[in-house]
Ligand binder design. Sequence first.
Ligand code: HAM
Length: 419
Amino acid sequence: MSVLRSVKGMHDVLPGDMARWHFVEQTYRDTVERYGYEEIRTPILEPLELFVRGIGEATDIVEKEMYAFEDKGGDRLALRPEGTASTIRAYVQHNLQALRPYHKLYYLGPMFRRERPAKGRFRQFYQAGAELVGVEEPTADAEIVEMAVRFVERLGLARVSVHLSSLGDAGTRPIFRAALRDHFAGVAGDLCEDCNRRLETNPLRILDCKVEACRRHADKAPLVLDYLSDQARSHFEETRRMLDRAEVAYVVDPTMVRGLDYYTRTIFEIKGAADTLGAQATIVGGGRYNDLVAGLGGVPTPAIGFSFGIERVLMLLDDALLPQPRPLVFVVGIGDGGSGRAQVVARELRAASFRVEASYATASLRSQLKRADKYGAAVAVIAGQDEAGRQAVTVREMKNGEQREVPVAELAAALEDFR
Ligand code: HAM
């Protein structure tokens, strides 16, 4: 029979990789919980319309990358490509704003985008994110950026930089869009087919195009920071002052464009060095989206958030920082009834909260110790026939082969260093 493989761009995470994943996830949870965030879990499947309305019809995500389908009942559904729209849908649906003036929500889970697979770019990837819903002050913008930076610092990621900009208010967008349209209309003949379409639907997206000719013209395009309203400008400046006070280093990057249409005012990204991450250098992306709650049918509520791709963070993670794995105790049974004795000892050790493997069958000491080694045991407990008569077992340290006999009643205490 032929061997079945996972879907292109979708990967298994094998047990050997899990320590790295858990470290990132635990550090993330611990960081955001220090800031008062609470977890929210939303379905992986959502109505297609949520993302069309939330992310924007003329974005690459919605136009090209979504796994959208009609189910057997005729409902139009999509696998979520990101977490913000779903989080806000849940916020509105459950009327959370009635409970508290603001909410701090975090999430973690698989997202799906049918992009061309590349280094750091997958069709199923894991995102963790945080959304602060209900605060419009720049204090929230600065805190969100700082929180993302503190998280990245705790992971010890080297050579990362924070890029900051503002997209202004709802009023900025039509004016900036018109300026972009003017700029690009004159060179439309040079632009790719997609960008010619974007000229009509969403000229902001031209700034994001990877085609060389389009990039050349994008480099000379008007800058959004020159189009900010007075309010948006002072919000941006206040955010910057607060980040300076918090000693968060950043560069103002007026050419930054985010791939989703919901952003207003502050946007930011944390990037790694291109030599380690290649073209997919953005680890964290986020920003303010003051119109999304209303756009999804809620009462107008300002919000800001970010998310990061766990796989991208893992590409930068230094394994030397990983916590030591929990030691493994391997119980081997020797002689008649050996495996039965091993199971009894294992049961007692597990009840005393050790991590324990025990042999399933009686075999020679040599082959069982070899197995203990293969499973990475730190210590072996040998439950032999002779020792059993003395109510004892032999404890063997795997790293140096030192052995000593220990009364069964004292075993847990003798293994204290391996708990
Ligand atoms: P995004 O920039 O589309 O923003 O994605 C955020 C992060 O998810 C990226 O920086 C990257 O690390 C990771 N990511 C995205 N696509 C892929 C992929 N195909 N393969 C691997 N990793 C990927 C958002 O999704 C917004 N929801 C962020 C946000 C939250 N804004 C406000 N709140």
